[in-house]
Write a protein that binds this ligand. Structure first.
Ligand SMILES: Nc1ncnc2c1ncn2[C@@H]1O[C@H](COP(=O)(O)OP(=O)(O)OP(=O)(O)O)[C@@H](O)[C@H]1O
Ligand SMILES: [Mg+2]
Length: 323
């Protein structure tokens, strides 16, 4: 992989029994870059994030390759022992529900300290001090007292800050966030988003940010990947993709989003139909059964149009392109 990349995903496929859940997912994340991963529910966003951490459920089978900077083996096929060294050190993840990531019976300061001790050569005392400093850095009030609290004694927003402190504890090269603020109210959401951006920027870490909220992507990310039916259907700089979407699915997502509503109130539309269940997507273009522009050619899988996986789309009838 090139030295400017921290993550290289190539031809990632995930299946369960005969069902295909992800197909040929290919993308990279540059050092210090913030990349959004968007798409409706069931598009394959979380499966992609989990794959990067080597956290897919055991009955799911992955193919292809996932390389992380500083890790000399492929994440695909790596055993749990190898991954436990990588997770929390080279790459860390923040999930939607902080309670699932925290141990309910352990004081939060101890949980942060434990991550530090696991990956660094330092004593308990030193790790405890570092933990308090991290809790302070994520804006928790009286961090020394908070360190002694149990997760249930904190609010949802405070818990998510603790999870972020744990994720950033060992200065990972890459942070993966999966809907990290969806469960929080709007004001707390803005604070936590700001902390995530500041946390990764301060470490020059890269961010892979999963969300269904396009407005959040627009504020947090520089580049965006649009996912549908377990595939990346469009990719590019956020400004370009949001201003001039090419794939008809991206166009539909934007028209159905609050971004469009802000620009033209009352014009909120939805994408017709709903996301099929896994394995029920049509062959050829996965979006064709919901697309107003689909023709017979869409029964063939559209090729990737674009010189790199970083900017392009896979659509036979792209918006704004004369063919
Ligand atoms: N363990 C599993 N076994 C079988 N199917 C699964 C499993 N995990 C996910 N899927 C299926 O894979 C597809 C993609 O799931 P994924 O969780 O990645 O979607 P998502 O884009 O994260 O959606 P959401 O926005 O709702 O979180 C869905 O159809 C889902 O039902
Ligand atoms: Mg998800």
């Amino acid at each position: 992989m090139s030295s400017s990349r921290v993550l290289d995903v190539a031809g990632l496929g995930v299946s369960v029994g005969p069902l295909t859940l992800l197909t040929d997912v290919t993308f990279g994340v540059g050092r210090g870059e913030r990349v959004g991963l968007i798409g409706e529910s069931g598009s394959g966003k979380s499966l992609t994030g989990l794959s990067v951490l080597g956290l897919l459920p055991e009955d799911l089978h992955a193919r292809g390759s996932i390389r992380l900077a500083g890790v000399d083996h492929d994440i695909v096929g790596a055993n749990e022992r190898a991954m436990s060294r990588v997770r929390g050190r080279d790459v860390a993840m923040v999930f939607q529900e902080p309670m699932t990531a925290l141990n309910p019976t352990m004081r939060v300061g101890e949980q942060v300290a434990e991550t530090i001790v696991l990956h660094r050569r330092c004593g308990r005392g030193e790790a405890r001090q570092a933990a308090v400093a991290l809790l302070d850095a994520v804006g928790l009030p009286s961090p020394a007292d908070t360190a002694r609290a149990f997760p249930h004694q904190l609010s949802g927003g405070q818990r998510q800050r603790v999870v972020l402190a744990i994720a950033l504890a060992n200065d990972p090269e890459l942070l993966v966030c999966d809907e990290p603020t969806t469960a929080l109210d709007v004001t707390v959401q803005a604070l936590v988003l700001d902390l995530i951006v500041r946390g990764v920027s301060a470490r020059d870490a890269a961010l892979l940010f999963i969300t269904h909220d396009l407005a959040v992507v627009a504020t947090v990310c520089e580049r965006v990947l649009v996912m549908y039916g377990g595939r990346i259907v469009e990719a590019g700089p956020v400004e370009e993709v949001f201003r001039r979407p090419r794939h008809r699915y991206t166009q539909g997502l934007l028209e159905a989003s609050d971004l469009e509503e802000l620009a033209a109130p009352g014009r909120l539309r939805t994408i017709p139909g709903s996301v099929p269940a896994a394995g029920r997507f049509p062959d050829g273009c996965v979006f064709r059964t919901r697309c107003a522009h689909a023709t017979t050619v869409c029964r063939e899988a559209p090729p990737w149009t674009g010189e790199t996986p970083e900017r392009g789309y896979a659509c036979h009838h792209p918006a704004g392109v004369k063919v």
